[in-house]
Design a binder for this molecule. Structure first.
Ligand code: ADP
Ligand code: MG
Length: 529
């Protein structure tokens, strides 16, 4: 059995469709209520992992699913799970284990949306929230519980949760749970569930530890792997710039002045920072707007439209908000905050250098984040070039050059007949050089130091080697070993690949929480550094 599974795992049949196949939810043999729920969420077509997983999981067999983040794994297990739930039975029939509080909440929200029309209810249960409140919640008999392992163990010990009617258990972001040291908890939990059940496991990577869990706790799982497209960062000039947090904004302005990007996207870590950076840029005279998950769909559409048609030339966004954005002509990507993991990095910079054009990606790194440069280089297999913080003199030079270019453009356009008379008169009185210099000065943007407010952000922490006590934030290094490095599908969320970029109509557009700093669900937090 062990042999066979291991072979199967190493020799996974890859469902690499290249381009996304168009599977409608209506074609997936789902009940009307579920199709309704999904369409109401604005999903039009199933993502590849959904198209592959849903029919298989509906039959009740175990599934081991692997796909990059952002490919819609939640609905991939949520839809068949909810379909199989008896909405009349008021007992916990499905259990989802998720690594963090944020993810538990997010998954429960998504499941509640999918299950709304069928009246299936999911309750998130996580550490940090008052246990009494959760006990009250559990007494209301949700059909699905989405829990972090530590807190679920608490409830099991207190006998405040009944798990003997569980038909389906889902391990979501399994690699992340293992990284966070939840192996033993997961084993204990799985051992305590009814043996007659369906087990679904989803993960972005498949390190050996996951295979072990699969061997022990799953019954001949069907393996579904959606391979991300090979990433292409070839035509992107990747730079990084080491600086202090407090220097970021002024440096950003200087870089924009020097590089004068046609269209640029600035990535910031949280919604709050997106708002702050956007406001600050506007204060300094740039045409910018922000994009994040708190905006209404119509506001989002408006911002994107304005960016696409050039009304604004700087878009400030969170990772999630920019997910799926396909905008041509982005010449520069600025990572105001370094991304949480190399995959997001690849995804971010893939906004530029599209359709055969070259692009520039520049990443701000605070001294303590330096490890990220190495992690990114490992994943992209390409060196990032160091750039220094530009001086005021360089900015001025850049701005002057731009003014000169603008002037020359106007000369070439030849549209100044109405001014020639005045120009001739001026030339009789002054030296040509003086007049031209003065005109250039008028056209040149002086470096602007209008005060702005950007709140401080903690550096991203690079995860150290080790287990349980190590619940830092950094997702990138999580496989610890070769899993990400050598393989053909590493990174993979770039150019046109990876993260789900398919169609999505109106609907609510909720996204993964912006701030993915992990919250631990048991015991005291490790103090920040
Ligand atoms: P993963 O778990 O693979 O990282 P999620 O399940 O969190 O991905 O989904 C990522 C985003 O894509 C979410 O905002 C989700 O609502 C959205 N999404 C999922 N499936 C679809 C779909 N079929 N069509 C449009 N958007 C989708
Ligand atoms: Mg997920």
């Amino acid at each position: 059995m062990k042999e066979r599974l291991l072979n199967e795992l190493s020799d996974v049949f890859c469902m690499n469709k290249g381009e996304y196949n168009l599977t409608k939810f209506q074609d997936l043999q789902l009940s009307e209520a579920l199709v309704k729920g999904v369409l109401k969420m604005g999903f039009e077509e199933a993502t590849p992992i959904q198209a592959e997983t849903i029919p298989v999981a509906l039959t009740g067999v175990d599934v081991l699913g692997q796909a990059q983040t952002g490919t819609g794994k939640t609905a991939a297990f949520g839809i068949p799970t909810i379909e199989r739930i008896d909405s009349k039975a008021r007992q916990v029939q499905a259990l989802v284990l998720a690594p963090t509080r944020e993810l538990a909440i997010q998954v429960a929200e998504e499941l509640n949306k999918i299950g709304e029309s069928k009246r299936v209810y999911a309750l998130p249960v996580y550490g940090g929230q008052q246990i009494d409140r959760q006990i009250r919640g559990l007494k209301k008999n949700p059909q699905i519980v989405v829990a972090t392992p530590g807190r679920l163990m608490d409830h099991m010990k207190r006998k405040t949760i009944k798990l003997d009617e569980i038909q389906t258990v889902i391990l979501d972001e399994a690699d992340e749970m293992l990284n966070m040291g939840f192996v033993e908890d997961i084993e204990t939990i799985l051992a305590g569930l009814p043996a007659e059940r369906q087990t679904l496991l989803f993960s972005a990577t498949m390190p050996p530890q996951i295979k072990k869990i699969a061997e022990r706790f799953m019954k001949s799982p069907t393996i579904i792997k959606v391979k991300a497209k090979e990433m292409t960062v070839e035509n992107i000039n990747q730079q990084f710039l080491e600086l202090r947090e407090g220097q970021k904004f002024d440096t950003l302005c200087r870089l924009i002045d020097i590089d004068s990007p046609e269209l640029s996207i600035i990535f910031a870590r949280t919604k709050k920072r997106v708002d702050e950076v956007t406001e600050a840029l506007i204060k300094r005279g740039y045409t910018a707007d922000g994009l994040h998950g708190d905006l209404t769909q119509s506001k989002r559409d408006q911002v994107i439209r304005r960016f696409k048609n050039g009304t604004i030339d700087i878009l400030v966004a969170t990772d999630v908000a920019a997910r799926g954005l396909d905008i041509s002509g982005v010449t520069h990507v600025y990572n105001f905050d370094v991304p949480q993991d190399p995959e997001s990095y690849v995804h971010r910079i893939g906004r530029t250098g599209r359709a055969g054009k070259t692009g520039t990606a520049l990443t701000f790194i605070t001294p303590r984040e330096f490890g990220q440069v190495k992690a990114i280089e490992r994943v992209t297999n390409k060196k990032m070039n160091r750039r220094h913080v530009p001086t005021i003199a360089e900015v001025l030079e850049g701005n002057q050059k731009q003014a000169a270019e603008e002037l020359i453009e106007r000369v070439q356009a030849g549209d100044f007949k109405a001014y020639t008379q005045l120009a001739t008169e001026l030339l009789e009185e002054y030296e040509a050089v003086e007049i031209l210099a003065a005109a250039l000065r008028g056209l040149t943007k002086e470096p602007d130091s209008t005060p702005v407010e950007i709140s401080y952000a903690d550096p991203i922490r690079v995860k150290r080697q080790g287990g349980r006590n190590d619940r830092g934030g950094y997702r990138g290094n999580r496989s610890g070993g070769g899993e990400r490095r050598g393989g053909g599908d590493r990174g993979g969320r770039s150019g046109g690949g990876g993260g789900y970029r398919g169609k999505r109509s109106g609907g609510d557009d909720r996204r993964r929480s912006d701030d993915r700093r992990r919250s631990d669900d048991r015991g005291p937090r490790r103090p920040r550094d």
